[in-house]
Design a protein around this ligand. Structure first.
Ligand SMILES: Nc1ncnc2c1ncn2[C@@H]1O[C@H](COP(=O)(O)OP(=O)(O)O)[C@@H](O)[C@H]1O
Ligand SMILES: [Mg+2]
Length: 493
């Protein structure tokens, strides 16, 4: 049957049905519901007793009965369909209408048609991207009169709208499932066993670490003291293609530069007093692997220049030697300083900064991911090998949760270890948690805590300075003795 493009036989009720369906479909976004609306409305409009959506499985070239509706309580699983009609719709990509199936010699001999005494069949294709996605199928034994040229026009008019809506729903479903897939992949891939943390801040860090690991770029890992920068650097190496090659961490801060230089570059026998044999440096020892510089902000200007040359030329010279040696090493660096500010002040070379800072990873401070504290406590107690019955009292946990952790995870571990020395039974009590190592954080330009931490630090230092005389300490701070006492109690002093 040829599809004609005049719709002169459309009835007002049919137009009304189209209007109803399109409006409903527009507000609904999934395939099942859209097909449900179409089947219900079209069965109502055509008076069909059976309506079905038949999916065409292109891969296996077969038809799948997906949704079957019956108006007269027939068991949908018992309904038989004419494959001949499906094939015809598939090949012609056009609506097929048979007014009287028993009289139509094309179909009357088909077993299924005879069995069900079908009188009228109306089937039309849903076409998506120029291919038959499925077939909407209606048949009627009772109301064969209502299947006429008008209903065929009606379906021809409606089919493209239905197809388009369905296509949109399918696209959306596809995009959604792709997103879920991608997300799962990321979340699955990014488990870093050595770094404890399930907070969203740590999840983001893990994802970034995993991504960065795949490249060979230099990375600067910044973050406060004790946040886990060493662990992050190690994880980058472990997740990289260099994982089977060496990983060496070299601390820079306050190591005399002559020692550091010979460590890094190696030397020839006799290069300086005490160089009594040839020695290879770390750049060579780590060949093919990863070299991690901790506290890179402390590198002196001379070594900054030398490191820059290694990064630029990928070659080194041992001290006291003139042979140029090629090296293949990935550089990671960590700092708790603001390197960008140091560049502005002229204490860190800008060109080196740019070479190193291809990627910047920031490890978040513990106070921004307090939900990880219970996990970390578990982790450190296990690490300390305590009896499994050991518990933390609720108030002790509260005290840990409410603290602002200027020394981050390292401080948490220290404070737990100290608590373990102080406990008298298998429960860590509130009073076993003592934050006085806050003194170890100096009130200097690199103080990394909050205003509250600064206050706490000042109070505890002042009490110490006055050998525990709180009245004098309060006077010197120009605060009331009462508020100083309250703070001191909070801090366990
Ligand atoms: N997320 C974490 N999970 C487990 N241990 C951690 C975590 N973060 C830090 N640590 C531990 O705390 C200590 C300090 O970590 P480190 O990586 O040296 O910090 P940073 O280099 O930032 O000062 C180490 O003992 C480390 O194992
Ligand atoms: Mg460190």
């Amino acid at each position: 049957m040829k599809l004609d493009l005049t719709y002169d036989k459309l009835q007002p009720s049919q137009l009304y049905a189209i209007n109803t369906m399109t409006r409903q479909m527009a507000s609904i976004a999934d395939e099942e519901n859209i097909l449900e609306i179409i089947l219900n409305e079209l069965m109502k409009e055509t008076g069909a007793e059976v309506g079905a959506f038949i999916y065409y499985d292109k891969t296996y070239n077969r038809f799948d009965r997906r949704t079957i509706k019956t108006s007269d309580n027939q068991d949908p699983s018992k309904i038989e369909f004419s494959q001949t009609i499906f094939r015809k719709v598939l090949e012609s990509k056009e609506a097929v209408l048979s007014f009287d199936t028993l009289a139509d010699e094309n179909y009357s001999k088909k077993r299924s048609v005879i069995l069900n005494k079908i009188h009228a069949i109306l089937a039309f294709p849903l076409i998506i991207k120029n291919e038959v996605y499925g077939i909407l199928y209606f048949d009627s034994r009772k109301n064969r009169q209502s299947f006429n040229e008008s209903s065929r026009q009606f379906l021809s008019f409606f089919a493209p709208i239905a197809s388009l809506t369905l296509e949109q729903a399918l696209n959306k479903k596809y995009v959604e499932s792709e997103n879920i897939l991608l997300k799962n992949q990321l979340e699955q891939d990014v488990k870093i066993p050595a770094i404890i943390g399930e907070s969203s801040a740590m999840q983001r860090l893990f994802i970034l670490i995993a991504k960065v690991a795949k490249s060979d770029a230099s990375v600067i890992i910044s973050g406060e003291n004790g946040t886990g920068k060493d662990l992050a650097a190690n994880a980058i190496h472990d997740l990289s293609n260099r994982k089977d090659k060496p990983y060496i961490a070299q601390y820079i801060g306050n190591i005399p530069s002559t020692i550091l230089e010979s460590e890094l570059f190696g030397y020839k026998k006799g290069a300086f007093t005490g160089a009594d044999s040839d020695k290879i440096g770390l750049f060579e020892a780590v060949e093919g692997g990863t070299l991690f510089f901790d506290e890179i902000g402390d590198l002196n200007p001379e070594l900054q220049a030398k490191l820059l040359r290694v990064l630029q030329n990928k070659e080194i010279k041992r001290l006291g030697e003139n042979i140029i040696r090629k090296v293949n090493v990935r550089i990671l660096a960590a700092t708790n300083k603001d390197l960008a500010a140091m560049v502005r002040e002229g204490t860190f070379r800008q060109d080196l900064y740019f070479r190193l800072n291809v990627i910047n990873i920031v490890v978040p401070p513990l106070r921004e991911r307090k939900s990880d504290i219970p996990l970390l406590i578990d982790h450190f107690l296990k690490k300390a090998d305590v009896p499994s019955e050991l518990r933390l009292s609720k108030s002790a946990l509260n005290k840990l949760m409410n603290y602002s952790w200027p020394g981050n995870v390292r401080q948490l571990e220290n404070i737990l270890n100290r608590a373990l020395i102080l406990i008298t039974n298998l429960i860590i009590e509130e009073e076993n948690i003592q934050f006085d190592d806050i003194d170890s954080e100096k009130l200097d330009e690199y103080f990394s805590g909050t205003m509250e931490d600064m206050k706490n630090l000042l109070i505890s230092q002042r009490i110490k300075a006055f050998s525990g005389n709180k009245t004098k300490a309060a006077d010197s701070l120009k605060i009331s003795l009462r508020s100083l006492q309250a703070k001191a109690k909070e801090l366990g002093i």
